[in-house]
Design a protein around this ligand. Structure first.
Ligand code: HMG
Length: 449
């Protein structure tokens, strides 16, 4: 099998689709139909999507859901959530409603510094280089003045920088670590442009100085890039209430619920297998809002998981404490988000999500995203330590199973009613559906067709 092609990127969209469907699909017309069905009817809008990435052939839809009733620091907002997994939006909504009547969520941005590095190799005297960089700080800042002008006008820019000696970890390896304030933008392009200028300045200054030997002047820049790990860009979200208010619908006493809930968090704190799933549940809430608001969920994921490992052992991103009969549950995470730049002003649904959130600043968005993660974790743990996760999750997933079986509206209603007080396990749903149709297995439908 050889499906390689040279010059694919140079073909027109139609040319790309033609090559793709004829080379990869048994039924090219069917494949073309799927591709074309998901184009936007409005050509101008489709063009916006085409231009986001390269070699676009069609659009990949994700549902946008809304979880209302999130009270954050006294304001009540509706959370836009883009996600494919059933029960996440329902869980977030249920948690939001639960805390709405118990004081809501408190959220606070603790720090907003982003970090980037010039990574380089230097075979020479480290203290001399450190002193030299310190003495030339003004020049580094001067050389980036034109790049930082707009950001400085908004109150941001380069916050600090210093030489970092990494030679204990890798021979001759050094960094200039630069701190940035990027205001309402995530700031990746700004940071990388500044870093590339820093590298040029470093090279020029060292090469032009009499202080360095020829070997030292042969300093090698390896790369200049922001770090997606942002441990100094931290947001905290919290809920708390007297234990006796944790009574609603859990089926067990508030004291037993709190004890089990706290145990579940402690297990995630000490056990990486559990922490991974626990944090995955948190990311259900975080990613959904990050995607809906046009932010980079890969960066957010990477940063959160590194943060979860900062002690040297992967651990829970949330924590729980009970003191003087007060239950407190919180999350502290690094979140580097933007509300300007990227696709925030291009993607029509991202614009809609940001308007739904009342045009937040980056700090307000950090708070909303952290709250969404905390709410999701609360809902999942609440279900896990009481009814079990399958009851609610499968209740929401039921529709997916029935859609897969191509059930009619009437059949869906009958099956939904039947499972109202039961856990709708996949095989039981299929069996009920078959009973309704008077068939032994869904494969009979295919045969009949
Ligand atoms: P329920 O008590 O059966 O729901 O909970 P309800 O029908 O009584 O409705 C109560 C409220 O829940 C509603 O209030 C909504 O807020 C919400 P209302 O709007 O009626 O005033 N709700 C819904 N919202 C939208 N659409 C719906 C809907 N149904 C209820 N169809 C629920 C059902 C699923 C909410 C509950 O069982 C729950 O929270 N379960 C947890 C589900 C969960 O965590 N899912 C995430 C995916 S599983 C996973 O990947 C993560 C995990 O592995 C993480 C971990 O291990 O930690 C679990």
């Amino acid at each position: 099998m050889n499906k390689s092609i040279k010059g694919f990127s140079k073909l027109s969209k139609e040319g790309k689709i033609e090559w793709l469907v004829t080379e990869h699909f048994e039924n090219p017309n069917e494949a073309r139909e799927v591709i074309e069905t998901y184009w936007h009817a409005d050509k101008k809008r489709q063009k916006i999507h085409d231009d986001f990435i390269e070699n676009t052939i069609t659009n990949f839809y994700l549902p946008l859901g809304v979880a209302p009733n999130f009270m954050i620091n006294g304001d009540v907002i509706s959370m836009p959530m883009a996600i494919e997994e059933s029960s996440v939006v329902a869980a977030a909504s249920k948690a939001a409603q639960f805390w709405l009547h118990r004081g809501g969520f408190k959220a606070e941005v603790i720090s907003t510094k982003k970090i980037g590095h010039v990574h380089f190799m230097y075979e020479g005297n480290a203290p001399k280089l450190r002193k030299f960089i310190e003495a030339n700080k003004k020049q580094f800042l001067e050389d980036t003045r034109s790049i930082t002008a707009n950001m400085r006008a908004r109150g941001g820019g380069i916050v600090d920088f210093a030489l970092v000696d990494k030679t204990l970890e890798l021979d001759n390896y050094y960094q200039i670590e630069v701190g940035f304030e990027t205001c309402d933008s995530m700031g990746a392009n700004f940071i990388n442009s500044c870093l590339e200028q820093f590298a040029k300045t470093l090279k020029n200054l060292v090469e032009g100085s009499e202080e360095f030997t020829s070997e030292e002047k042969d300093l090698q820049i390896v790369m200049c890039i922001l770090s997606n790990y942002t441990p100094e860009c931290i947001v905290r979200a919290e809920v708390s209430c007297p234990i006796d208010q944790l009574d609603e619908g859990t089926g067990i006493s508030p004291a037993e619920f709190v004890s089990k809930f706290k145990r579940a968090v402690q297990i995630a704190e000490v056990e990486p297998y559990r922490a991974t799933t626990h944090n995955k549940g948190i990311m259900n809430g975080i990613d959904a809002v990050v995607i809906a608001t046009g932010n980079d969920f890969r960066a957010v994921e990477a940063s959160c998981h590194t943060y979860a490992s900062r002690s040297g052992k992967y651990s829970s991103l949330t924590h729980c404490e009970v003191e003087n009969d007060i239950f407190k549950f919180w999350i502290e995470i690094p979140l580097s988000l933007g509300v300007v730049g990227g696709i925030t002003s291009l993607h029509p649904v991202v614009k809609l999500s940001l308007e739904m959130l009342d045009h937040p600043t980056a700090e307000q968005l950090m708070k909303a995203v952290a709250v969404s993660g905390l709410a999701q974790n609360f809902a999942a743990l609440r279900a896990l330590v009481t009814t079990g996760i399958q009851k609610g999750h499968m209740k929401m997933h039921l529709l997916n199973i029935l859609n897969q079986l191509e059930a009619t509206k009437e059949e869906i209603e009958i099956v939904k009613n039947f499972f109202q007080d039961k856990v709708p396990h996949h095989s039981d749903v299929v069996q009920k559906f078959c009973e309704l149709r008077g068939i032994k297995s869904p494969s009979e439908i295919v045969k009949k067709k």
